[in-house]
Design a binder for this molecule. Structure first.
Ligand code: FDA
Length: 391
């Protein structure tokens, strides 16, 4: 005999738990299923264990989606302030780190405990540790077989996230289910991910561990944050941010000295012609990087021996240093997945599939990807709230 619920939520992650708590507290009988042995595993490792749970500067423009308007409705109905009110109601201490990013003072465990408590308040059943064997639609609704049991409900919420970090339990189930019920999937790709550099850039790969603040650009996207050289290429927040916009063949440029006024190298030459270019660069950059840049520019020695033309060219290059990555570190290292269940098939108000009544998709499973810095959790809460209200 199949157990009967009002809604079954697949995935006990950020979006699934939050959605289930909202629906449960509205009096719905909700079952949450997850194949991992415990809920909220990605939340626990997020933000270095402190969970960057939202961003004060959340705005639709800070999300990538084939339909950039899709996020507007849900984000406006559940805001960072709403989530912060919940965090504060649970007495969870928090702080703003930088750029509107809000973190727990203590541990991400507090956010998972809060979400589970919200579920408990709504009498939600959370079952972990069994694989989803099958999902079928019949007259009574959606029937999910898991372990030795099965459950049926008129509503099914896909909240199983994307394939990033498979070792944390991520899978492509969301896309398989979407296709099974006639929804399209926008080609998933790793996002917020380190980029790799080809062998011709070995000079920079040798700088592994060196980091500096830059303005990184890819297409129209620009982010001023730290960039980090790694033994495989480039990482750090500025690079992770542009990686979501990067496609194979694109050039990523970095302004390596973003605070310098135009003409600064010529001015330095007039002021101290005996100074070496490498030394002048090292005033604003880590020494090893300054050395590598001089080598790549083919310029050495004292500033006074370099022509103004050469200095202008060097300055222009430093302000727009091009890197052509040959790939990314893939889903194994991607903080999120870009692409996913096509928003064209979903209601932006309720997250319900137009073609499959009773089927909902929320969180990272959907073709919505936020910037780094709490935006992805805010999408999980907002889309979970939208569906949780509608179930
Ligand atoms: P989420 O991945 O949280 O949950 C999906 C659930 O479905 C999981 O519990 C999984 O086990 C389950 N599942 C998957 N396949 C299944 C299957 N086949 N059967 C049953 N269950 C299945 N974002 C942010 O805003 N601030 C931050 O600080 C961070 N930090 C961060 C660090 C790291 C290392 C990573 C990898 C990611 C982040 N993120 C982040 C991104 C953030 O974690 C992510 O956007 C949300 O967790 C997405 O929430 P979802 O609920 O959609 O998926």
């Amino acid at each position: 005999m199949s157990e009967v619920y009002d809604a079954i939520v697949l995935g006990a992650g950020a979006a699934g738990l939050f959605c289930a708590g909202i629906a449960g507290q509205r009096g719905k009988r909700v079952l949450v299923l997850d194949h991992a042995e415990k809920p909220g595993k990605k939340i626990l490792i997020s933000g270095g264990g402190r969970c960057n749970f939202t961003n004060r500067d959340t705005a639709p423009e800070r999300y990538l989606s084939t339909n950039p308007h899709f996020v507007k409705s849900a984000l406006s109905r559940y805001t960072p302030r709403d989530f912060l009110d919940l965090v504060e109601a649970y007495g969870i201490a928090w702080h703003e780190k930088t750029l509107g990013q809000l973190f727990c003072d203590g541990s991400a465990k507090q956010i998972v405990a809060m979400l589970l408590e919200e579920c408990a308040k709504g009498d939600v059943a959370v079952h972990c540790g069994d694989a989803i064997a099958s999902v079928a639609r019949g007259e009574e609704g959606y029937t999910v077989a898991f372990g030795a049991r099965s459950a049926t409900a008129p509503a099914l919420v896909i909240a199983t996230g994307g394939p990033s970090i498979p070792k944390m339990g991520a899978s492509g189930l969301a896309y398989d289910l979407a296709r099974q019920f006639g929804l399209k999937v926008v080609q998933p790709r790793p996002a917020l991910v380190p980029l790799t550099l080809p062998g011709s850039e070995a000079l920079f790969r040798e700088l592994s561990g060196v980091s500096t603040e830059v303005v990184a650009r890819c297409g129209k996207a620009a982010f001023r944050e730290a960039a980090l050289f790694t033994h495989r290429g480039l990482s750090g927040p500025a690079i992770l941010q542009v990686s979501s916009y990067w496609q194979r063949g694109d050039t990523v440029t970095t302004d390596l000295l973003p605070d310098r006024e135009p003409g600064w190298l010529k001015a330095a030459k007039r002021e101290r012609p005996r100074s070496a270019l490498r030394k002048v660069l090292a005033e604003g950059l880590p020494e090893r990087l300054a050395e590598a840049l001089c080598e790549r520019l083919g310029l050495g020695g004292e500033l006074g021996n370099l022509s103004d033309k050469a200095l202008d060219a060097a300055e222009a290059r430093l302000a727009c240093w091009p890197f052509v990555p040959d790939g990314s570190e893939g889903f194994a290292k991607a903080e999120v997945t870009a692409g996913g269940i096509d928003t064209a098939g979903l209601s932006s108000k309720t997250m319900e599939a137009r073609k499959a009544p009773g089927l909902y998709a929320i969180g990272e499973a959907v073709d919505v990807t936020g910037w780094l810095g709490g935006y992805n959790f805010q999408w999980a809460w907002a889309s979970g709230f939208a569906a949780g209200q509608a179930l």
